[in-house]
Design a protein around this ligand. Structure first.
Ligand SMILES: NC(=O)c1ccc[n+]([C@@H]2O[C@H](COP(=O)([O-])OP(=O)(O)OC[C@H]3O[C@@H](n4cnc5c(N)ncnc54)[C@H](O)[C@@H]3O)[C@@H](O)[C@H]2O)c1
Length: 350
């Protein structure tokens, strides 16, 4: 529709909404951010007074009654993604929802069903896919530079990086620890690089060895040791139906040399790459070659803004979203599988 402005409403208006999503929406000419729903007084006050958002609600269901809102951006804690998404879709809104899309396979299945029933777009905000390093790596993969990528080692490891807020360390809010918070990013990316195969089986372990200890100091602020009830380290091995596989490890706290390792190493039949900062490794005419990949010379993109721009394009042109909810379903299957396997000691078969 010519001249139409798309109305956006936020459910949850904390850190990520204010710092990354709102500036993304504000960049777009044909968008108006109309409302915020958040039970936290300070978040609502900030929305109105600092960001000039006209409507604020303490109950998200009131936001869903606003006809002018076409798109709901869900930036509340992980365990709230499911009810907020399902209700938004039922109210006829398109939904972009922060990662992880939900905290169980059952929930994601319910979300997909509702999106289909109401013919509305649904996308997880996996912004890592929109980084310049990711887009160009994917292009090289699709051009066959790596041959068949048969194995990957994905790391989302922090040495002393507990996000010191209940949103991330209380299971009732987060659904899980570093695996849901940062593992989901590197796993989604690696899985996408590998062409989104079907999961066959998952084996995993989780540990909470450091987070409850008072002698362990965080670099991201102090957290409540008492209420911390998620893992601080998790690792999993995922096999796909075509025989390819991923090894994934994630931590908020770990005794390791670097302060952070957010990377995925791709092992291909023609070449390998440690993303995002590594060299392309290959052999040509009997000679080993290490080729430096200059991602730094590509034009900068703000990945959170890019995912929002692309999502709006899909809404406007009725196109399929680039992070398909069925792909997010496989990702949550892998993550839930690691938790289940850690609990039972069994390999989970799908
Ligand atoms: N993509 C990324 O890089 C990234 C980074 C940080 C967080 N996240 C994700 O974003 C989400 C929020 O994280 P955050 O760091 O902004 O957390 P936050 O704690 O700063 O903000 C969450 C907000 O949700 C609000 N909320 C709680 N219950 C609500 C309800 N019933 N209705 C509406 N709002 C409610 C809280 O009051 C709070 O203001 C999480 O899912 C997290 O995984 C993504």
């Amino acid at each position: 529709m010519k001249g139409k402005k798309y109305g956006v409403g936020f459910i949850g208006f904390g850190g990520i909404a204010q710092s990354c999503h709102l500036p993304g929406w504000k960049k777009l000419n044909d968008v108006e951010v109309l409302a915020v729903a958040d039970p936290f007084d300070i978040a609502r006050k900030k929305a109105q007074e600092e960001f000039g958002i006209p409507m604020v609600f303490d109950d998200y269901k009131k936001l869903l009654e606003v006809d002018e809102i076409d798109i709901v951006d869900i930036c509340a804690h992980n365990t709230f993604h499911f009810p907020a998404t399902v209700e938004s879709l039922k109210a006829g809104k398109h939904v972009i929802c922060e990662k992880p899309l939900a905290v169980s396979v059952k929930e994601v299945e319910g979300m997909i069903k509702e999106a289909k029933k109401n013919n509305r777009k649904l996308m997880a905000a996996q912004h890592q896919r929109f980084r310049k390093e990711s887009v160009s790596t994917k292009r090289m993969i699709d051009d066959g530079v790596f041959g068949e990528i048969y194995y990957a080692i994905a790391y989302a490891l922090r040495r002393r990086g507990v996000p010191a807020r209940p949103t991330f360390i209380k299971k009732e809010l987060s659904g899980g620890g570093p695996m849901f918070d940062i593992g989901v990013h590197i796993l989604d990316l690696t899985y996408w690089f590998m062409g989104c195969p079907k999961v066959h089986s998952v084996k995993g372990v989780t540990y909470t060895k450091l987070a409850k200890r008072k002698d362990i100091k965080g670099l991201w602020g102090e957290w409540d040791r008492e209420s911390y009830d998620v893992e601080d380290f998790a690792s999993g091995f995922i096999r796909f139906t075509d025989g390819r596989s991923i090894s994934l490890s994630c931590s908020f706290l770990a005794n390791m040399e670097k302060l952070e390792d957010f990377s995925t190493t791709l092992f291909g039949s023609e070449a390998g790459l440690r993303w995002p900062d590594g060299k392309l490794t290959t052999e040509k005419k009997g000679v080993l070659q290490d080729v430096e990949i200059r991602f730094d010379t590509l034009p900068d993109v703000a990945p959170h803004h890019e995912e929002i721009r692309v999502f709006l394009e899909c809404v406007k042109k009725d196109k399929e979203v680039p992070v398909k909810p069925e792909e997010s379903l496989e990702v949550i299957k892998m993550l839930e599988g690691i938790y289940r396997s850690a609990e039972t000691g069994q390999e989970m078969l799908f």
